[in-house]
Design a binder for this molecule. Structure first.
Ligand code: CA
Ligand code: CA
Length: 301
């Protein structure tokens, strides 16, 4: 199985980013990723090394998927995640929801017990729920740094993107140019302090090019019987409107239901959640039961 090592990172998603690996549609590939502070942890140490500013949120890749052409969609099935044994968090005096509390960046390293638990303090251990913070394809024309989420994916910080998730991303350029990084061992919706439980690791994915099949409004995820639109914009209001309308359009067009009916179903059954409020654009997702789509004959590719 092909593995792209942590040596191959970049911090801008763009059409001109040279691919570091090539695969066929249907292949399984491992991405080895650095933590979002460019691997600030020295194994076994309790303090991180100095924050290395050479990359912020480094993403491993990009992977060129043979045959992927603009207008296709890329299906990314997340098969496995393996986390490094230690993770890190920090405070921020300038960003996140609580900068008034902090005068400096304070880093703390946490031990992860066999990838399943974190010892938060002496009396409290928490179960992990690993997720991928940054995952995306090259955007159409513009360059987007790996701190920013948008229509290509990127730094969405959606805690539903983990093992068992199928993610659909746009193909804007030949080969799609898939990259990922910024794993979190655990993170709540909103990511309110400034970070998740930041960790290096490995992600195993299967990538499939979709053409001439039902189109989903990318970025789009399926997990645990829920379909999700994940949209980013300058404000939460805008992101919420984008995510809700992306789901509304999809349900209406794919099912053939009258918008009165699909709108009512969404008001009854969809859930809106804030993925993160800490990145240059904010991210909101809207979830809807897959079983209801299937009831109306919609099958996802
Ligand atoms: Ca992030
Ligand atoms: Ca992060």
């Amino acid at each position: 199985m092909m593995k792209i090592t942590r040596d191959y990172v970049h911090d801008i998603m763009r059409a001109s980013q040279p691919p570091v690996a090539f695969c066929e549609s249907g292949d399984t590939v491992i991405f080895e990723t650095r933590d979002c502070y460019n691997d600030s942890i020295i194994p076994g140490e309790k303090q991180p090394k100095d924050d290395d500013p050479s990359y912020a949120n480094p993403a491993t890749g990009p992977l060129f998927v043979d045959g992927a052409q603009p207008g296709d969609q890329l299906k990314v099935e997340i098969l496995a995640m393996d986390l490094a044994p230690q993770a890190v968090m920090r405070t921020s005096p300038t960003d996140g929801a609580f900068p008034r509390y902090f005068k400096e960046r304070y880093f703390q390293i946490f031990d992860l017990a066999d990838g399943r638990w974190v010892q938060f303090d002496e009396g409290l251990s928490l179960p992990l729920s690993p997720m991928i913070g940054v995952i995306g394809t090259a955007p159409k024309e513009e360059e987007i740094d790996t701190e920013t989420p948008f229509d290509h994916g990127g730094n969405m910080d959606c805690n539903k993107i983990g093992v068992g998730t199928t993610l659909y991303l746009p193909v804007n350029v030949p080969g799609a140019l898939l990259s990922m990084g910024d794993l979190h061992a655990l993170m709540g919706d909103g990511e309110v302090l400034i970070c998740g439980l930041e960790v290096a690791g490995e992600v195993t994915v299967r990538v499939t090019v979709l053409r001439d099949q039902l189109k989903v409004p990318t970025p789009f995820a399926v997990r645990d019987g829920r379909v999700m639109t994940i949209q980013s914009a300058d404000t939460l209001d805008e992101a919420a409107g984008k995510a809700a309308n992306a789901m509304m359009d999809f349900i209406t067009q794919a099912s053939g239901l009258h918008p009165r009916k699909s709108g009512m179903l969404m008001s009854l059954l969809s859930d809106m959640a804030v993925c993160q409020i800490v990145d240059p654009k904010k991210t909101v997702r809207v979830e809807f039961p897959q079983s209801i789509l299937e009831h109306y004959g919609v099958r996802l590719p």
